[in-house]
Design a protein around this ligand. Sequence first.
Ligand SMILES: Cc1cc2nc3c(=O)[nH]c(=O)nc-3n(C[C@H](O)[C@H](O)[C@H](O)COP(=O)(O)OP(=O)(O)OC[C@H]3O[C@@H](n4cnc5c(N)ncnc54)[C@H](O)[C@@H]3O)c2cc1C
Length: 400
Amino acid sequence: MAIQWDDSIALSSTQRAVRSEVRDLCAEFDAAYWREKDREGEYPYDFVETLAEAGWLGTLVPEEYGGKGYGTEETVVLMNEIARSGAGFSGAQTVHAAIYNSAPLVRYASEEMKEDLLPRVANGEAWIQCFSLTEPETGSDSTAMTTEAVREGEEYVINGEKLWTSRLDVSDYLVLAARTTPKNDVGKKTRGVSLFLVDIAAGIEDGSIEYEEIEKTVSGVVHSFRVTYDDLRLPSKNLIGEEDRGFYHVLDGLNEERLVIAAECIGLGELAIEKGVSYANDREVFGRSIGQNQAIQHPLAAAFARVQAAKQLTYDAATRTDDDRKDVGARANMAKYLAAEAAYEAADAAVQTHGGRGVAREYDVERYFREARLTRLVPITQELVLNYIGENVLELPRSY
Ligand SMILES: Cc1cc2nc3c(=O)[nH]c(=O)nc-3n(C[C@H](O)[C@H](O)[C@H](O)COP(=O)(O)OP(=O)(O)OC[C@H]3O[C@@H](n4cnc5c(N)ncnc54)[C@H](O)[C@@H]3O)c2cc1C
């Protein structure tokens, strides 16, 4: 039995149109498709190409550059729907960065870069699937990064190491964050970082980009890498926005992106509950449906309530991104926190409902569980989200 709870939130006509179009596209890729891709560790090219051909990689690209010109309200629907379709959080992550990397480009790139790149992003030709930020030594303390970009004439020379740069293997370009001014020479550690557009194939070809895949146990459809930048030379025109202001360029769209991540977690939670309820109705033990047992019903019901609560907050916040930045930040961080916890609870309930089959690949819920666990770690850990809420919303002393 599928749960029809679609209209618990009043959607605009544009949001409805997005949902309907994406639902149709995703219907071509069923549970067996995602199961197989996850098991084989394969990037779902045909899924991504289907979305790219329909222009969805250009969701945030303004219409004047050939994109859809949508904002957060439509993107939460898009990504919620992709995750819920059976793709899960990982399936959504196969296109997430390709959509979101255009945000700093739209806001801050030179007109020359925008004219060259954005129409190609919008028509699905140029894939900017990676954002290379996290480093092995500094992790969540991302502004402590040591990857440096040194200006030499009309070039920047980049050296450093990044960890977890995802989708490098399927991307044409990446957005790289590197220090243009050492941390000790800036008043605030958020200063002195710059963003660069990198042509991946060129860097690999001349040996200035080397990478090694990280073996992991979740999200087989997205590959993540340790990347070494060794004297990577970039023309100065590849700088995105202002030198030393790159971290602010990222922060600028971060709350909106966090809401979209929350929407992906919610889609995963909805998917897990649908599977759990369906199995609870079908499976009979002791001569009756297991769904008749409150021990089975209650965890699913509680998770459903929590997923719905997170959804209300996320969708409401998506309509209010023009409010004061502190308010938007508070809502976005709370939404990500609650959505990841709700997805985890939903996936856990779905596994338990399936009994031993909960760990059998063919029932999918074990994959949802692995993915739900991941949502509590990425793109920011739950602890760091709570730090944000503690400091910026509750006005408690900064704890780190
Ligand atoms: C599958 C996957 C894909 C990823 N893709 C990308 C990508 O494409 N690009 C990219 O740049 N990065 C990517 N990341 C990196 C991801 O953003 C980081 O893993 C995440 O931000 C956490 O950093 P860390 O792993 O270094 O953990 P650490 O920062 O080492 O933290 C370890 C633990 O300590 C806790 N902790 C640390 N400091 C504090 C504190 N002050 N208060 C409370 N708790 C604290 C953390 O919450 C965490 O539980 C990816 C990660 C994964 C797993």
